[in-house]
Design a protein around this ligand. Structure first.
Ligand SMILES: [Ca+2]
Ligand SMILES: [Ca+2]
Ligand SMILES: [Ca+2]
Length: 407
């Protein structure tokens, strides 16, 4: 008889439990391994995500920094143009004066400047003004490209292109007197013409001015109680009447090398009109003075028809460069009765200054219409190179016309 093995119920139970335990141990390992795999995958995803986010944050930070660097380059170019006369044509060709070489369009601070943890690179080019010549500027506008760069794996580069309009400020030494005229001049009434230097507040700056009257005509007529003063070779002469005036502050038969307002300013012909028409800094261009808005600022260009004088002017508190001119050099502005004008007035035919002008006056016609009388009332023409310079910088200094950002 075959022995049959009978297990005690407790033994069966423990055997069962052992099997279960073995099975359980296997599934626990599987479970643990699965969990580890899930955790590794999940952790990896999170780590990747964190890394990605931090790279993204870095890149964003660097993009912002690069944009600021590009802005700094535009600001630096602006500052350079603002510092004084800038010969755009010379700049387009670079220091070697030759077109199409490596230094073309590089400003004084160089092609690239290190700033913070990056660099900014600035280059100027002529804008497309349809003259077919990228090395000859004819509209005073140049294209400034500034690129800010942050180096490295998560670096960034941003570029700004700005169009800057740049005009030469006049050299005040070209304005040789409080009143400079290509024609004969007569002063009468109690007009005061003072070529001594005055500051922006009309206060006297000693021994630093120009002549009172400079005229290309052979004779200057001083009449009535009108007074003329000025500075001759660094010595001031107070405004005095005809009997007491120092002849040194009056120059007759002066050689004046200009016939138009642009020439008087040293600009290319047409520049002042272009600025006036652009509306830059309040500039205005009119053919009828009734259309002017006061107070004047920037360049005001009144191209008046012959024989139609602009009369009885109240300047209010005007400033800038006022041009009254036409092609036949006989535009008339007459009876500048009230208000103040700070800056430079260039007129073909200027009759009767009765207001206060701080800066200087230039008259262009060799044959004034009204008996050459530039003033017969209570006017003051106070020479101020400081005002001319400041006003011109403000009126027609460099201006950003337009900007574009590139990424
Ligand atoms: Ca060059
Ligand atoms: Ca050109
Ligand atoms: Ca241009």
């Amino acid at each position: 008889m075959k022995d049959r093995l009978f297990l005690h119920p407790d033994a069966r139970l423990s055997s069962c439990l052992a099997r279960w335990a073995r099975a359980d141990a296997g599934s626990t390992i599987l479970y643990t391994v699965t969990l580890i795999v899930v955790l590794v995958l999940f952790g990896g995803t999170i780590t990747n995500r964190i890394l990605f986010e931090s790279h993204d944050a870095f890149q964003n930070l660097h993009r912002v920094q690069a944009l600021y660097l590009a802005e700094a380059g535009i600001a630096q170019a602006f500052k350079e143009f603002d510092n004084g006369a800038t010969d755009l044509n010379a700049l387009l060709k670079g220091a070697d004066g030759i077109a199409q070489t490596a230094d073309d369009g590089i400003l004084s601070f160089g092609a690239s400047v290190s700033l913070g943890n990056g660099t900014c690179s600035v280059i100027i080019k002529d804008n497309d003004e349809e003259d077919g010549d990228a090395y000859s500027d004819s509209d005073y506008i140049v294209e400034v490209t500034s690129t800010g760069s942050i180096p490295g794996a998560f670096g960034a580069e941003r570029t700004i292109i700005a169009y800057l309009q740049v005009f030469h400020p006049p050299n005040p030494t070209d304005v040789r007197g409080a009143i400079t005229s290509l024609g004969p001049i007569k002063t009468s009434g109690s007009l005061t013409v003072d070529g001594r230097e005055h500051d922006l507040n009309s206060s006297l700056v000693n021994n630093n001015g120009e002549l009172g009257i400079v005229t290309a005509a052979p004779v200057f007529n001083q009449e009535g109680a009108s007074k003329v003063g000025g500075t001759f070779f660094g010595v001031d002469y107070q405004p005095k009447n005809k009997q007491q005036v120092s002849p040194t502050v009056i120059e007759t038969n002066a050689i004046l090398n200009f016939n138009t307002p642009d020439q008087a300013m040293g600009y290319a012909e047409g520049a002042l009109k272009t600025i006036a028409q652009s509306g830059l800094n309040g500039s205005q261009y009119v053919t009828d003075p009734a259309n002017l808005t006061f107070p004047l600022s920037g360049v005001t260009y009144a191209e008046l028809p012959s024989g139609v004088p602009w009369q009885a002017v109240d300047f209010g508190n005007s400033s800038g460069i006022l041009v009254v001119h036409n092609a036949t050099t006989d535009a008339v502005v007459k009876n500048l009765n009230t208000g103040t004008f700070n800056g430079l007035i260039i007129a073909d035919d200027l009759v009767h200054i009765h207001n206060t002008i701080l800066g200087a006056v230039i008259a262009l016609t060799p044959t004034p219409s009204a008996g050459n009388c530039i003033g017969n009332g209570n006017g003051d023409v106070l020479y101020s190179s400081e005002t001319i310079q400041a006003i011109t910088q403000d009126s027609i200094g460099p201006t950003v016309l337009q900007r574009s950002w590139f990424y």
